[in-house]
Design a binder for this molecule. Structure first.
Ligand code: GMT
Length: 384
């Protein structure tokens, strides 16, 4: 049974937008009709796909508005698109403000006799950092409880949600996923020499360079690695901490060994020639970038925050340490990098573990959730 599904997400480089886009593409490839509804074309939606539509949410500015009413524009767009394309289900990624806008759209449509269920996927900071703030908490709790189905990207995020909010709905854990086959076919040649000399190890970090990612720990760990062996650090992404990190590198005298490459559409290419990935985050509900690294055969040195232990397996795909324990993270990184045999063992194992999160295994879990939400709604309608 093919479904017409609206996907609401952030169109940016962040993990939630990436997961939403990859999910939409995978569903479209299976024959479902997918309608992305967001304020900009999602970054991973570069190619034309059959069954994929994109509808931009416009927010006209008006001098009276100190804040532009995005939720209003989004819910109106959802109503209009649901009617025009006979959308059967809305899947919102990231609770704020998408679940709130989705709920309003659902209510407006119900007034006209159109009933569509809403599935909400919780991604992390919408629960652990932002949603939890008293300014947002009542609205976030309300929109989660009024979703027809709720999913979270890890068991850890489910536990956090139940601990931090008064949730009356069942939360289904559906982990993030990766298409390892597509990755395997994307490059035949990892162009290491673009970045480093033959004897240099390449260490990589990818994030939105915010405080929560603890990128200063990445620099500290890298500094210790490069004192033991020739190495380069590649930092992918952009964010508010970048300036202070550049100063930190200068103070440590390692500026020439650290490359800040900004946001990139070539993450796979960069991971292809990386020897190690570092993710020492304070919070991380899942760590999609760690999974992407592992799928490219890159061992991961990470913190043990949030859902990271569900992805990076201790002593197999890499090592995990308490947040801020840069001594242990550096020792473990050096232990892996120093010995080519150990490095090869970790690379192989990382790739193998990534296969547990294969797209074709995870996407059917979402399809089942959609079917149940649609069935649940028709039961409700029949009982009206
Ligand atoms: O990591 C970020 O700050 C971006 C954020 C997002 O919403 O895009 O990522 C969250 O969702 C990703 C996809 O589910 C997860 O892999 C990240 O772990 C999660 N980030 C945090 O929990 C900090």
């Amino acid at each position: 049974m093919y479904m017409k599904i609206a996907i609401v997400c952030y169109p940016t480089f962040g993990g939630s937008g990436v997961v939403a886009t990859e999910l939409g593409i995978a569903l479209a490839e299976k024959g479902h009709e997918i309608h992305f509804i967001t304020y900009k074309q999602p970054v991973r939606l570069q190619l034309l796909h059959s069954n994929v539509h994109y509808h931009e949410v416009m927010v006209p500015s008006y001098p009276l508005f100190h804040y532009q009413p995005y939720e209003l524009a989004l819910s109106s767009k959802l109503v209009n698109m649901a009617k025009l394309h006979e959308i059967e289900l809305v899947h919102v990624h990231y609770a704020i403000p998408h679940a709130y806008a989705g709920y309003m759209a659902k209510q407006m449509l119900a007034e006209e006799g159109i009933f569509i269920p809403m599935v909400t996927t919780l991604h992390g900071t919408d629960i652990t950092l932002v949603g939890n703030h008293p300014f947002y908490k009542p609205a976030v709790t309300f929109s989660i409880n009024n979703s027809d189905a709720v999913t979270s990207v890890s068991q850890s995020l489910k536990d956090d949600t139940l601990r931090l909010f008064d949730i009356k709905k069942e939360i289904h854990v559906v982990p993030n996923f990766i298409d390892t086959k597509k990755l395997d076919n994307s490059f035949s040649d990892c162009e290491r020499d673009l970045i480093a000399c033959a004897d240099e190890k390449i260490i990589t970090h990818i994030s939105n360079i915010r405080k929560v990612k603890r990128v200063d720990d990445v620099i500290e760990i890298f500094d210790r690695i490069q004192q033991k062996m020739p190495a380069k650090l590649v930092i992918v992404g952009d964010g508010p901490e970048k300036k202070s990190l550049e100063i930190l590198c200068k103070n440590k005298g390692i500026t020439s060994k650290v490359l800040f490459v900004g946001n990139s559409h070539e993450v796979d290419k960069i991971l292809c020639f990386s020897d190690m990935f570092i993710l020492p985050s304070e919070h991380e509900s899942f760590g999609l970038v760690a999974l992407e690294a592992m799928a490219c055969g890159v061992p991961v040195i990470s913190s043990n925050a949030g859902g990271l232990p569900e992805v990076n397996i201790q002593g197999e795909s890499g090592f995990l340490s308490d947040v801020g324990n840069v001594d242990e993270m550096s020792e473990n990184a050096i232990k892996i990098l120093q010995d080519p045999e150990i490095l090869l063992k970790f690379k192989k194992k990382a790739k193998l573990i990534a296969k547990r999160f294969e797209t074709k295994m995870i996407v059917p879990l979402y399809e089942d959730i959609y079917k149940n939400a649609l069935n649940g709604l028709s039961v409700k309608k029949n009982n009206l």
